[in-house]
Design a protein around this ligand. Structure first.
Ligand SMILES: Nc1ncnc2c1ncn2[C@@H]1O[C@H](COP(=O)(O)OP(=O)(O)OP(=O)(O)O)[C@@H](O)[C@H]1O
Length: 243
């Protein structure tokens, strides 16, 4: 589904991703953790072409993102992204936010589009907000709408870039619950950058630990938490669990 082969990424001279080798199978839930500045966001942003890789191969649903001839729109149809700051359209209702991309990109029939959008609002527990505007929502509600909007495209994979780190603590659990439900019920590939270790333990099949632009550990979740091998991963875990 997604495979990095010897991928390198630079921001000018800064070496942001170093010899990344990573394979994520269809349906897997992978959590990426690591200290600030270690390259986690950069890594997931390469998967839907928001950042270009400079060397190596990056295969996503059989297209190579390192190849400049690859049509990025084909990948974005299959790979959705949920951002820290929601990125909802402020001048559109919640329902319109969810219906827009399937209408424009997939040319989905209008009645079917509406039905799917309303069903997704049920899924994220916000059926009563269909006609609300984003400014009327809390951060947690906005993020659940952003998730519904991504799901409306029926993606093969969803990328989450710190989806709860801009939220008030009391709304974080609602968002995590929606993400857990998706992981359990939808069977789509999920790659999640997060500091929520509870989510990682409960839901992830694998945990990737990054530091300095490198993948230092790539383990099953149980192995990572019970028996981390790298000194930096151990230190990171002891710090984050103390907080
Ligand atoms: N557009 C950019 N131009 C230049 N440098 C960048 C750019 N984006 C990120 N970087 C640098 O690349 C490194 C990795 O950043 P990245 O955001 O991927 O890390 P991260 O692990 O997601 O960090 P955080 O947890 O703080 O979000 C950092 O040193 C950052 O300053």
């Amino acid at each position: 589904m997604i495979e990095f082969k010897n991928v390198e990424k630079y921001y000018d001279k800064f070496h942001a991703l170093k010899n990344i080798n990573l394979k994520v199978e269809a349906g897997e839930v992978v959590v990426i953790i690591g200290p600030s500045g270690s390259g986690k966001s950069t890594l997931i942003r390469t998967i839907n072409g928001l950042e270009q890789v400079n060397e190596g191969q990056l295969l996503v649903t059989n297209f190579d993102l390192a190849d400049k001839k690859t049509n990025i729109d084909k990948i974005r149809k299959n790979v959705g992204m949920v951002f820290q700051h929601f990125n909802l359209y402020e001048n559109k209702t919640v329902l319109e936010n969810i219906m827009l991309a399937p209408r424009l990109v997939l040319k989905r029939d209008e009645a079917e589009n509406k039905k799917i959008a309303l069903d997704l609002l049920e899924t994220v527990g916000l059926a009563d907000k269909a006609q609300s505007y984003p400014r009327m929502l809390s951060g947690g509600q906005s993020q659940r709408i952003a998730i519904a909007r991504s799901l409306a495209m029926k993606p093969k994979a969803l990328l989450f870039d710190e989806p709860t780190s801009a939220l008030d603590p009391e709304t974080i659990d609602d968002v995590l619950k929606v993400m857990k439900d998706i992981a359990k019920n939808e069977g789509i590939t999920m790659i999640v950058v997060t500091h929520e270790m509870g989510f990682a333990r409960e839901v992830a099949d694998r945990v990737i630990f990054m530091a300095d632009g490198q993948i230092l550990e790539d383990d099953t979740t149980a192995e990572f938490f019970d028996n981390p091998k790298e000194e930096r991963a151990k230190k990171f875990l002891s710090k984050i669990i103390k907080h």
